[in-house]
Design a protein around this ligand. Structure first.
Ligand SMILES: *[C@@H]1O[C@H](CO)[C@@H](O)[C@H](O)[C@H]1NC(C)=O
Ligand SMILES: *[C@@H]1O[C@H](CO)[C@@H](O)[C@H](O)[C@H]1NC(C)=O
Ligand SMILES: *[C@@H]1O[C@H](CO)[C@@H](O)[C@H](O)[C@H]1NC(C)=O
Length: 919
């Protein structure tokens, strides 16, 4: 018989490395050579694995005889910490079952944060990994005192590590998508004892498995992984489980075990449970009893994901049926399910189970004769990644500084994160939804030598820089003057040459900068007499520039406050960049035939239809002299339009700017804007499929602005009126007047005067109903604001309602739709003009996307790229639904699991599934 024990013994008989030999290095070389062939065999499974035996002697690499996994010592992954052995009381041979990697550990008595940096081969940002950390205290320090510390994956808390006793092995696993090419595992000292770690393992996962509704913005921490119906297993089947999971054998007294010796087909099941796990199952003694599992969590906000494995292991007779439903806390989660003979399937919830008490019940349907079964189950707790890594330009700059000066071994992991555990000598500014910024660098007395690295100049939010008492040479760099927020600069005690940039001297004299430099670098003192003549006029001109810009800023504010006044078109100085597509005013008159045909009016002025010489139809937007938005926005739009090119952005043909007249010329969009189209056109002219295509087009345009442009661009005024439709109903995003590059030097406060009564003005920067509430309150701009607005557009497409619904009272579309979603009342949600002609699952999914895009907190909103992916899936669902309809199938064939369930193998569905529309 094909059993687990057999496979396990098979491993043992091949590998003869035992614990005593691990201790004696002399055996190692020949041993490793003799095991080379075996490594090759295992190599197929271990592709991309990282297995670190923390604390083992340097360059000590070996194969663990229990698992066949090859472990490496940790030198290549970390520079800090010290190696220790656990005390002999807890080690082999006193503890004969101790896993080999746990006999030693690395301990971190110095520094608050110590990190392993893992760089998986072929790993990329977004790759999915299972990471496992193991800890065994074993009184390694002779103090007999159990420490407690925090474990972080990059900048987010993974687990609090606590021990029951010195022989307690704590193992924690997390599944997470990488936020960069490398992954940092950090141990943080909370003052409750010295952190340490015994083993660290990383396994690449196929990105199609273990997905959650949060996408890559949440990780899954393992809660339980049970091999149901088997009690003698070792739990780890490294030669068969490509993901090297550890399965705890589990059975209940009220269950019977069943198993098969035949192979089980897992080809279509991405979860790839090892054969030894999936070939055994349990069922209740009494066929009419449910098979139940329950658990409790500490917090009532805990979010759980459950992955249940099913495969029929008994050959059923003709008169036998096994069919069952699965419920969570009494409400149906999935069913009915009839597992297919010798085929593996995995069922999971696509929406988290939230709460303290959880009970999964698997119970047979009325027409079934056999009890339900369960082969295996994994339960994970979702952790949303609320902390963001350091702003990438800042992180790159300090990494470069670290490399240049070989500063500090403890500069590992993220420079600012986890929050309040920034690198020694750095200070960071943390905000709610934006990445942390580095605001202070203190490298005093660190023995730095060489020139001042240009990377300091890239820390654009820096307020304080202390490089005093080092051996720095070379000139005082000019780029320091670019640091707009610098309030403190200390270069004393170095051997720098040249003078401090005049701009800094000016700022210091104005009391804006606390500047400390050595005598020889100080301008204006005796030593730079010869330069004085040049310096004075420069100072003067800088001062006058300052005065001028202050005057300009005041003028600008004044203008904003009195919007009715005429706009001073040459007030904001930036010239338009390109001359190539410049038209004269006479040409504009010609193109528009003296402004005959008005096709729209906006904040800027009027839009006219026109014809180019070659017959191309165009739309011409003329800035009206009384424009409330003014030439700045007009120029912003022209500049952006020149830079961006995408099939889903309205294409730009040219502009006119002769000082007194300004015009923008774009392609003509024959079907006008989506707002009008949705409000006025005849009833069913926009099918669900067309609505989805419009949403996808618009999403593609935004996705390009956010992810395809450098620097990325936030549109800031996404709404149905700004989505234009071509003759063929292709949708394109228009109106870039409010758009901005981001992130910029000063993400906040730019457009908002900071006096208290400015709320009326702030609404100018977007449109009511579409405006991200978080942006509104925090005034912090990020691309998720566009995602919010897009979510509102999507709701309008689904419901046919306006963003602000005016009935007796005004109501926002989200307020209107939320209770209907809760009731599952799809009939009242969907635009009546669709006459019920749509795939229900596709609409529900689109609703989910819309609601996920409009969550109040921007960190919980998906990126435009994942919104786009989801919408494409909605379209696929609708298309295959249409195909079925046109091929004459009954619509009832497969309703599927539209809400809280997901099947990774639909081959087990033997019958129509009908689930009430409750959510
Ligand atoms: C741990 O024990 C092994 C075997 O006795 C020894 O070679 C190694 O040096 C010890 N490590 C430490 C840090 O004491
Ligand atoms: C240590 O804790 C583990 C886990 O709770 C337990 O199984 C074990 O019996 C304990 N050992 C001792 C010596 O108390
Ligand atoms: C930099 O750190 C040193 C001590 O490490 C301290 O004396 C000095 O004041 C710090 N500089 C700033 C600007 O905080």
């Amino acid at each position: 018989m094909f059993s687990k024990t057999y496979l396990h013994n098979f491993s043992i008989s091949l590998i003869h490395l035992d614990r005593e030999r691990k201790m004696s290095l002399g055996f190692l070389v020949p041993l490793l050579l003799s095991l080379a062939a075996l490594v090759f065999v295992h190599g197929q499974l271990q592709t991309g694995y990282i297995s670190i035996d923390c604390g083992s002697p340097e360059n000590f690499n070996y194969i663990d005889y229990d698992t066949g996994i090859s472990y490496a010592s940790d030198g290549a992954y970390i520079d800090t910490g010290i190696n220790k052995n656990i005390s002999s009381k807890y080690a082999y041979p006193n503890n004969p079952n101790l896993a080999l990697p746990l006999s030693d550990l690395r301990s971190f008595p110095y520094g608050n944060k110590n990190c392993y940096t893992l760089a998986p081969t072929g790993g990329r940002k977004g790759s999915l990994y299972l990471i496992r950390a193991s800890f065994l205290y074993g009184n390694y320090d002779g103090e007999d005192k159990l420490p407690e510390f925090d474990l972080y994956l990059d900048v987010n808390l993974w687990s609090v590590v606590k021990f029951r006793n010195a022989s307690n092995v704590v193992t924690t696993e997390i599944i997470s998508a990488a936020v960069s090419d490398t992954v940092s595992v950090c141990l943080v000292n909370k003052g409750l004892g010295t952190p340490f770690i015994s083993a660290l393992e990383l396994r690449p996962l196929n990105s199609s498995v273990y997905s959650t509704e949060f996408g890559s913005t949440a990780s899954l921490v393992l809660f339980k992984r049970l091999d149901i119906g088997y009690v003698n297993g070792t739990g780890r089947y490294s030669s068969d489980d490509i993901y090297d999971r550890i399965w705890s054998p589990y059975n209940s007294a009220s269950w019977d075990m069943v198993s098969t010796s035949s192979a089980i087909n897992s080809n279509e099941n991405g979860y790839k449970a090892p054969l030894q796990v999936i070939c055994t199952a349990a069922m209740p003694h009494n066929a009419s009893d449910p098979l139940e599992l329950s658990w409790t969590s500490d917090e009532d906000t805990s979010k759980f994901y459950v992955y249940m494995y099913f495969a029929e292991v008994q050959q059923l007779e003709k008169n036998q049926t096994r069919k069952f439903n699965i419920s969570w806390n009494g409400s149906l989660m999935f069913g009915p399910l009839a597992p297919r003979y010798l085929y593996a399937a995995t069922i999971s919830n696509s929406e988290a189970f939230i709460g303290k008490e959880h009970r999964i019940s698997i119970y047979r349907t009325r027409d079934a004769t056999l009890p339900p079964i369960l082969n295996a189950i994994e339960i994970y707790m979702a952790k949303q990644l609320e902390e963001l890594p350091t702003f990438s330009e800042d992180a790159d700059a300090v990494l470069d500084i670290k490399r240049t000066y070989q500063v500090n071994k403890s500069w590992v992991g993220d420079p600012c994160g986890p929050k309040n555990y920034s690198w020694e000598g750095l200070k960071c500014n943390y905000s709610v939804s934006l990445p942390p910024r580095i605001i202070s660098v203190n490298l005093t007395s660190r023995g730095l030598s060489g020139m001042i690295s240009a990377s300091f100049g890239n820390l654009s939010s820096m307020e304080s820089l202390d490089l005093s008492k080092n051996h720095l040479t070379g000139p005082v760099p000019e780029f320091l003057k670019e640091l707009k927020f610098l309030k403190f600069l200390n270069l004393e005690g170095n051997r720098l040459s040249g003078y401090v940039p005049t701009e800094l001297v000016v700022r210091a004299r104005a009391g804006l900068l606390n500047l400390r430099v050595d005598e020889q670098n100080r301008c204006g003192s005796g030593s730079c007499k010869n330069k004085k003549k040049i310096v004075v006029p420069v100072v003067a001109s800088v001062l006058s520039a300052l005065v001028l810009s202050v005057a300009l800023i005041m003028l600008y504010r004044l203008r904003r406050k009195r919007k009715s006044e005429a706009d001073s078109s040459n007030g904001e100085g930036r010239p338009l960049p390109s001359k190539k597509r410049k038209f004269t005013y006479a040409e504009v008159l010609n193109i528009t035939k003296n402004f005959q045909d008005v096709i729209g009016k906006g904040g800027f002025g009027t839009v006219y239809r026109g014809d180019m010489k070659d017959g191309t139809q165009v739309a011409v937007k003329i800035l009206s002299p009384s424009s409330t938005q003014g030439s700045k926005e007009f120029k912003t739009e022209a500049e952006l339009l020149m830079r961006v090119h995408h099939g889903n952005l309205v294409s730009f043909i040219g502009y006119c700017d002769d000082g007194s007249n300004m015009a923008l010329i774009y392609e003509y969009m024959a079907n006008g804007n989506l707002k009008d189209y949705l409000s006025y056109r005849s009833s069913n002219s926009l099918s669900w499929e067309m609505r989805l295509r419009i949403a996808i087009d618009a999403a593609q345009g935004l996705e390009y602005l956010h992810h395809g442009c450098k620097p990325p661009i936030i549109h800031r005024d996404v709404k149905t009126a700004n989505i234009l439709l071509s003759e063929n109903m292709d949708a394109k995003i228009a109106d870039f007047g409010l758009s901005r590059d981001f992130p910029s030097d000063d993400q906040s406060h730019v457009d908002f005067p900071s006096d208290g009564q400015s709320h009326v003005e702030t609404t100018v920067m977007g449109t009511r109903g579409y405006l991200d509430p978080e942006y509104y309150s925090s005034r912090r701009l990020n691309e998720k604001s566009d995602v919010y607005s897009f979510g509102v557009v999507l709701l309008e497409l689904i419901t046919g309602q306006h963003a602000i619904i005016r009935k007796d009272e005004s109501m926002h579309i989200i307020q209107w739709v939320s209770p209907l979603i809760e009731r599952g009342d799809i009939g009242s949600i969907v635009d009546q003009r669709l006459h019920g002609e749509f795939d229900v699952n596709s609409v529900w999914k689109a609703l989910d996307v819309a609601m996920a895009s409009t969550t109040p907190s921007s960190v919980h909103r998906a990126a435009m790229s994942s919104v786009l992916t989801e919408l494409k899936q909605c379209l696929d669902m609708e298309l295959s639904h249409n195909r079925e309809r046109t091929q004459g199938f009954s619509e009832e064939i497969y309703v599927g699991s539209y809400n809280s369930t997901e099947m990774s193998s639909i081959s087990t569905v033997t019958e129509p599934i009908t689930i009430p529309f409750a959510r």
